[in-house]
Design a protein around this ligand. Sequence first.
Ligand code: ZN
Length: 197
Amino acid sequence: MKRPDEFRDVQALAEFANLDNNNHDPLDRRNFENFRNNYPEFVPQAWWDYRPTDSERKPLANNQWELNQEMLREAWENQFAIGMFDLLRLLTSVFDPNDLTDVAVFPSLGHRPMFATMAEIADPCPYQNAVLYLREHPWQAKVCENCHCYIVVRVAKTRLCDKDECGNSIREINHRASKLRSYHRNKARRKKRSKSR
Ligand SMILES: [Zn+2]
């Protein structure tokens, strides 16, 4: 089924890619708690608190969402020109931990996997739909050339995010480019004039 709010999902995915685990500012969009509240349906809520274990069943240093975010950023930087295995890693590392057999049925074993099996993922959530969308429309995944944040664009030539400082920087670049063009035009004219003399 085609979702009417597909673009909203990919925008949320870009916001997710920009989250910073060290940001605890209650007003900042990069604070993951804010994102979690703003997009309660984007991923299963219990996923945010999940931390996988290594092969010796020791908890890893990072939360699941940070590990997933790392893979997502890599895909984004490659404009989603990723292979099937990288795609699968992205898709199967987002799940409801309570749907995992190891977590729900055999919790005493202490094994908390980083990837779900296909049987353990019930329905795709907006996160997964957004990843699939960008794999089909990779040109829409960009990194702002000024502040290097992850963005999705509707127009292929967009190079900057919509933050004020980045908008101003493109105006400045355009201004400088047009000044440079008129400088070269005048220089060419001066040359012509001195030759005709
Ligand atoms: Zn920017």
